[in-house]
Design a protein around this ligand. Structure first.
Ligand code: ADP
Length: 221
């Protein structure tokens, strides 16, 4: 049930990715069962997440013993060993867990995970690299990209829209993007209206498709 926001989460693998996932879920108040085959890692994380247990998740019997089949959400955070990741994902599918997330280290790894029946495959390194490229290019200060080619970005207003209100700058018509909010120095974030005038001191939040936003962000600054 995708609307069930309090279901406990099974996290397999307490490497950098899995530990970050489990830790954040715990901070969000979610019950987490974290599993790793390293006793040392389980020991290290046992105080920070609700439950941490040592088990080899490539064994479906070991997973059954810890009650993995009771979970409706599982995350396979084992990446560096593709073989282990694939075996674990297959076990999670066989246990009938309806929502399975898994990290992949390559496109082919991700393709295999999808074929096995993993619902959500994430590519943390590829995604972080693409994200970094946007940030390094200097114009976008922050951004979130959604699956369906829709993005929200934080940026400095390009020159052609400064000193004008949002109706005058005709952003939707000319660039097919929308200014959602504005942050002026020392003032709280506010939602943009048609009368909002942006200056070079402001930061703006813009929504649109990735390509429209990129075109908008390539204007003179
Ligand atoms: P990261 O790159 O995020 O650090 P890794 O893929 O290197 O992730 O870490 C994987 C984690 O999963 C390690 O802590 C490892 O001990 C654990 N792990 C690997 N194989 C299994 C397994 N069969 N069962 C449980 N945990 C495993």
């Amino acid at each position: 049930d995708r609307f069930k926001h309090d279901a406990p989460v099974l996290v397999i693998g307490l490497g950098r990715f899995g530990a970050a996932t489990a830790g954040q879920l715990d901070r969000l108040g979610r019950d987490v069962l974290a599993v790793d085959d390293s006793a040392a890692l389980v020991q290290k994380w046992s105080e920070r997440v609700t439950h941490a247990v040592q088990a080899d998740a490539t064994s479906i019997e070991a997973l059954r013993q810890i009650g993995a089949q009771e979970f409706s959400i599982a995350v396979c955070a084992v990446g560096s060993s593709v073989e282990a990741s694939v075996l674990i994902a297959a076990n999670l599918v066989d246990l009938g867990i309806p929502q399975i997330w898994a990290k992949a280290i390559s496109k082919s790894h991700g393709t295999i995970l999808e074929r096995i029946g993993v619902n959500h495959v994430v590519y943390p390194e590829a995604e972080a690299g693409e994200r970094l490229a946007h940030l390094v290019s200097g114009r976008l200060l922050d951004f979130i990209e959604f699956d369906d080619d829709f993005a929200l970005v934080k940026m400095i207003p390009p020159k052609p829209i400064r000193g004008l209100n949002l109706t005058e700058s005709g952003l939707r018509r000319k660039y097919n993007v929308t200014v959602v909010g504005v942050k002026s120095p020392g003032r709280p974030f506010t939602y943009a209206t048609e009368k909002t005038v942006v200056t070079d001191q402001d930061l703006i939040i813009v929504s649109g498709t990735e390509s429209d936003i990129e075109r908008f962000a390539s204007l003179e600054f």
